[in-house]
Write a new protein. Sequence first.
Length: 175
Amino acid sequence: MFQQSCYAECFVPRKNRIQDTIIKFMFIAADIISVFSLIYYFMLKSPLLMFVSLVAGGIFIALSCYLFPRFKVDWEYIFVDGQLDFDQILGGNARKQKDRIDFEKVEAVAPTGSYHLDNFKNVNMTLLDYSSLTGADTFSIICHKGEKIVEILFEPNAEMIKMMKQKSPRKVFED
């Protein structure tokens, strides 16, 4: 007989953070300052200062073009037969696998703040946040990674919770 495979995926766009906006603003200000300094030093007819401002401006503009798309972050969760992958999508096109969880190492999956997670309140855990940062309803996964215990925040859809519960009914809680 063939065993039915469990597969679910969920795409979650992350909200822009304030520190990302501040860094973008700083890069734009550096670009503008370098362009104005290039014009100013050109009017003074100072070739050395003009060359320095040209190089600095080129570097800032190149860094801006490289880094700006990376500030747009989306998350994709993929659950396949007892493994949950957390992929980070940068700028809409660069995919990077951030984490992979095997459900044999999972202690519990429950809504964040649920009483099912009370046993882990006083445990020293590392927190990994793979959510949208919008304040939506998040779930927490408590699992072992090496010798550490990790809490992972994420926002699965109902189908993914159903598949996880089908695979590990004693570890996944919906209330």
